[in-house]
Each structure stands twice: as structure tokens, then as C-alpha cells.
Ligand binder design. Structure first.
Ligand SMILES: *Cc1c(COP(=O)(O)O)cnc(C)c1O
Length: 558
């Protein structure tokens, strides 16, 4: 059992992804949370995680023969992975008392540090039916349901920590605004003081994750009053609302001494979006060991001992023989190809140039850009020894446009299928992500600038020597060196241009045809040299060990 009283940072996140079998995450935000907590444990930093249990997960994705996404509930057994805890907490929602139970996962670091992750659960005897379901579905149902979840996470979370005896918490880190009600709870506790807000600000750290205004949670004042009741009475009332809305981003900004975006560019964009606040940036990372596939791990172990706990060592990959890097990559590629051939009858080969693309099917990510000009793509494939394309990604169940996007991609795949081997993997999760980011040859990303706050899958690819081919946005603005760590698509965001989408498309095809594919097939030495640079320059930096060090020195224990 971890020592709850010794924990000094509480990391709150709507989703936390620690492994594919615990389906309490949907995508990048949750995976980042899991990687962050894993790095904290490895580095002996006493940080605990708080999230919700989601007994029915996010959703399981199937795709029918017409390319329609078919959704079903995830069935999983918390008892198989988590420990039920005796402590309880209680919140008030619409005047009803809602009991909260906790489940514990002990995250054990590489040197034995035990950091707990707490999963809050309202499916408890005595609660009303509506309340039992609050912690069932990640990102499900309506605004009211979401607010109920955020009450449980933010307010219930703080109360649960108290009931567990976590008396040493110095910082409450809000990973995105979903948990920002914790600040109101802390405020109410300090309301006897002259300036309670100063006390709260000293304790709070807020990380914002999206440059898209619609991505920021806010609730109508009436709904907030109905749900939160007397939580909003007294001194706190004048602090809680912004433009007559309960705006979670505003709460995070207002109540936190340290606020950051998740890449340099995202910090800049956030400062423009929220003038008057001091917003820093700490660029995201991924957990190096977790996201490095087994064949590459073996190679790193042999040549870069200690890399898993000190990813700076990845820099020294530059001295490792090229053949060994290529051969490790081919093993990872084989594992992926075996899966797509067995499960999808894709008929792919490990000798053929393979493009990977997997993300949330949100329209700004332009998932169908690769198929903008099918004739051009077919011509490129004819000219070389072949192209294979592997996709994956879920659309949110309520995102009709995202579902259309998947359908369009699958239709285009059929259109090119006679010349290009293609495959759309269903139910994208951390397991599939790991196979993909290590098993393809290039990792494609096509967001509309500047909407990609950071992106992390390209960092996972870099750890595996998989070259990134992406629009210059998010982390790639920092990691990109043309022809060295990968390739850009289109112009730099500072350059303003007409027809930017068309320019991006043209540049993507031109680079594939004239630079990337010829290098893959005809200049293998140069290709592997680039793989080394991706690992050395980007793997060694874009990892959560480095990122956590920055949170520790800039935000947690300044
Ligand atoms: C890493 C990861 C993501 C986030 O990657 P992006 O680059 O932001 O798209 C999303 N989903 C899963 C399952 C992941 O493993």
C-alpha cells in the first residue's frame, strides 16, 4: 500500500490511460496522463493520479462493410486490475447526496516507488439510478451528465484525497479544465481567510490542451446553479462565473499560479486566446520505455544502457551500426504486417514502403488528405516499388462529420485497393497505437494549423525510428529538421498563403514522389541515418521524463 500522507502532488485528469486493458481513456489526453504518471513513478516523484472509473469505457469501435462506425459498450472488470478501497467521499448534485467509492491502481516505478491512481466510482448502493451512472461513460451523454462527472472528479476528488489521509498535497494539477471545480472546493475551504484566492492559486497548476475554442468546457449559469447548489454560495460566487457561464478554462486560469500550454506554439496561441494571463509552455512527451517496441528496446539495452530511466542516452544512437537499426525496425514492421494480414487479409509485405496514419477522426485533422487526388496517388505508387497504407481512428459517437470522414477514407481505400494495399484497423487503442507507431515506415499527420496543440503519436514514432511526415504544427515545429528528423508538409505557419489546403496537398504528393519514396527504396543508408536522427534528436527530448522534470522545477516545487 502506498503512503498516502507522503504524496505531494495530486494530478487530476478526466481520462487516464495506463494500459489497453483499462479502458478509461479515449485518446491523447488520457495517454499523456498515463505516461506522465509513469514517468513520475520512475523518477520517484510522489504524484498521485485521480480520475473516474468508466465502467462502460469510452466505446468499442467496429466498422461495417460500408465504412459505418458501429459502437458498443466496453465490458471490463475493475476487480481484475484494481483494488476496491474502503474510503468514501460524498458530493451534492442537484441537492442529492451522491456517495463516491474509490478504486486503487498502484503504479510501480522502475526503482520501486509506488504511486497510486484513484478511480472514482458512483455506482454505489444507495445512490439514485441517475447518479450511479455518472461514472459509467467517458465523454457520454449531455452537458448535465458532463457537469455531474466534473463535480465528482473535481470536488469529489479533493474530498476523497482527504478521506484517504493525503495530508501532504502541495499542488493540485488540473490536466485540462474538466477538474477545475476542485478550485472552488479549495476556495470554500479557505473562505475564512482574507484573500482565499491567493491561497488557492498557490496550490493549483493548470495545463490547457486545446487551441480550439469549442474544446473548452463551459456550462450555462442556470445549469451550474441547479447542479452545484450551495457550493456556489458565499464569497466564491463572484469568482465562479465568466460572462455568465461556468467556464472550466477560466476557472483553471483564474485559480492557478502556474498555467501552461503543451507546446511552444500552443503556449503562444493560448496567450492570444486568453489575454491577461501568464501562460507558459511545457512541451508534451511520451514515456520512452512504454512506447518503444521490443526489438528497438533490445537494441537500446545493448548499446544505450540506462536509456529507459535516462532517455538523454537516446542521443548516443548515432554511434550504433545502421544494419542493426534497420533490422530492429524490420522486426517491428513484421509484427504489424502479420497482424494486418492475419486479421484483415491485407496481403501486405514487409519490403514495401508503408504509410501510417491514426488519430481521432476529427475533421481538422484532415484524415483523408492523402486521398485528395487518387489518380496522383496511384501514379506515385506505379512509379515506385509499391506503397502500403494503414489507418486507424475512432470518431466520437456524436460526431457525424467524423463518422463521414471514416466512411470517405474507407471508400477511397477501396478505390485505390487494386494498386495499393490498404487497411483500416478498427478500435484504435494504446495496443494498436504501439504496433502502428513502430511498424510503419513513415507517420503521417495533416492537421489544420494551428489546431494541433501538441500531438504525441509522432513522438512515439520517433522513439522507434519511424520518420514523421507532417504539417508544421504542435510539437513538430520544435522537432522538425527537414531531411534530418523527417519532413514537413506545406509552409511554415508564419508564412501566410492563399489556398493553403491545396498547397499542403501538392507539397505532400511532391515530397512523397520525389524525396521520401526514392530515399526509402534507393538510398537506404540515408534513410537509416534519418532514423537515427529521429531517435537521437527527438526521442531524447520529446519524452515524459524531460517533461516531468520541467513540471517539477517550474510548477510543482518552485
Ligand atoms: C498517443 C495516442 C493518441 C494521441 O496521439 P495524437 O498524435 O495526438 O493523435 C491518441 N490515441 C491513442 C490510442 C494513442 O496511443
Amino acid at each position: 500500500m502506498p503512503e498516502f500522507k507522503d504524496l505531494s502532488v495530486a494530478y487530476f485528469s478526466m481520462e487516464i490511460g495506463i494500459m489497453p486493458d483499462i479502458p478509461t481513456y479515449s485518446g491523447g489526453l488520457g495517454v499523456l496522463a498515463g505516461d506522465t504518471l509513469r514517468s513520475c513513478a520512475d523518477m520517484n516523484i510522489p504524484v498521485m493520479g485521480i480520475t473516474l472509473l468508466y465502467k462502460k469505457g469510452y466505446f468499442k469501435q467496429d466498422i461495417d462493410s460500408h465504412g459505418n462506425q458501429v459502437e458498443s459498450e466496453v465490458e471490463w472488470d475493475p476487480y481484475a486490475f484494481l483494488q476496491a478501497m474502503p474510503q468514501e467521499a460524498e458530493v451534492s448534485i442537484e441537492g442529492r447526496r451522491v456517495r463516491i467509492k474509490a478504486w486503487l491502481y498502484n503504479l510501480v516505478g522502475s526503482a520501486g516507488q509506488i504511486n497510486p491512481i484513484i478511480f472514482l466510482d458512483t455506482d454505489v448502493p444507495g445512490n439514485e439510478d441517475y447518479d450511479k451512472k455518472i461514472t459509467h461513460h467517458l465523454y457520454g451523454h449531455d452537458d448535465k451528465y458532463r457537469l455531474a462527472q466534473e463535480i465528482v472528479l473535481g470536488i469529489g476528488g479533493v474530498r476523497m484525497l482527504e478521506s484517504m489521509g493525503c495530508t501532504g498535497i502541495k499542488k493540485y494539477h488540473m490536466n485540462e479544465g474538466h477538474s477545475a471545480l476542485l478550485a472552488l472546493e479549495l476556495y470554500n475551504r479557505l473562505s475564512g481567510q482574507k484573500y482565499p484566492i491567493d491561497g488557492v492559486r498557490k496550490m493549483c497548476v493548470f495545463t490547457t490542451h486545446t487551441p480550439v475554442p469549442a474544446g473548452h468546457d463551459q456550462f450555462p449559469k442556470e445549469l451550474a446553479e441547479q447542479m452545484l447548489g450551495n457550493m456556489l454560495e458565499g464569497k466564491v460566487r463572484k469568482e465562479a462565473f465568466y460572462n455568465d457561464k461556468l467556464n472550466m478554462t477560466y476557472l483553471g486560469l483564474r485559480f492557478s499560479e502556474f498555467v501552461n500550454g503543451v507546446a511552444k506554439k500552443h503556449g503562444e496561441v493560448s496567450r492570444t486566446m486568453f489575454p491577461g494571463y501568464h501562460i507558459e509552455s511545457i512541451t508534451n512527451g511520451v514515456h520512452s520505455f512504454y512506447w518503444t517496441a521490443e526489438p528497438m528496446r533490445k537494441l537500446f539495452n545493448q548499446y544505450l544502457p540506462g536509456w529507459e530511466n535516462d532517455p538523454f542516452n537516446l542521443r548516443y544512437i548515432l554511434g550504433v551500426p545502421k544494419e542493426e537499426i534497420w533490422s530492429a525496425h524490420q522486426k517491428s514492421k513484421e509484427a504489424l504486417i502479420r497482424l494486418v494480414n492475419r486479421q484483415y487479409k491485407a496481403g501486405m509485405s514487409r519490403e514495401i514502403f508503408t504509410i501510417g496514419f491514426a488519430r481521432r477522426a476529427a475533421t481538422y485533422k484532415r484524415g483523408d488528405m492523402l486521398f485528395s487526388d487518387v489518380d496522383r496517388l496511384l501514379k506515385i505508387a506505379e512509379k515506385c516499388k509499391g506503397i502500403q497504407i494503414i489507418y486507424a481512428g475512432k470518431a466520437h459517437p456524436k460526431d457525424a462529420q467524423g463518422k463521414e470522414l471514416i466512411k470517405r477514407i474507407i471508400a477511397k481505400m477501396k478505390e485505390v485497393g487494386h494498386k495499393i494495399k490498404v487497411c483500416y484497423l478498427k478500435n484504435y487503442d494504446m495496443g494498436i497505437a504501439k504496433l502502428l507507431v513502430s511498424g510503419v515506415d513513415i507517420w503521417l499527420n495533416t492537421p489544420q494549423r494551428p489546431q494541433e496543440a501538441s500531438g504525441t503519436s509522432g513522438m512515439k514514432a520517433a522513439h522507434n525510428g519511424v520518420l514523421h511526415f507532417s504539417v508544421l504544427d504542435g510539437w513538430w515545429l520544435e522537432g522538425h529538421i527537414e531531411n534530418v528528423t523527417g519532413w514537413s508538409i506545406g509552409v511554415h505557419p508564419e508564412v501566410s498563403k492563399e489556398n493553403i489546403h491545396e498547397e499542403d496537398v501538392k507539397d505532400m504528393y511532391n515530397k512523397l514522389e520525389y524525396i521520401i519514396i526514392p530515399r526509402f527504396y534507393d538510398e537506404r543508408d540515408k534513410w537509416v541515418e534519418m532514423m537515427k536522427h529521429a531517435i537521437a534528436i527527438n526521442g531524447s527530448f520529446f519524452n515524459t521524463h524531460r517533461m516531468v522534470q520541467q513540471y517539477v522545477s517550474n510548477a510543482y516545487f518552485e
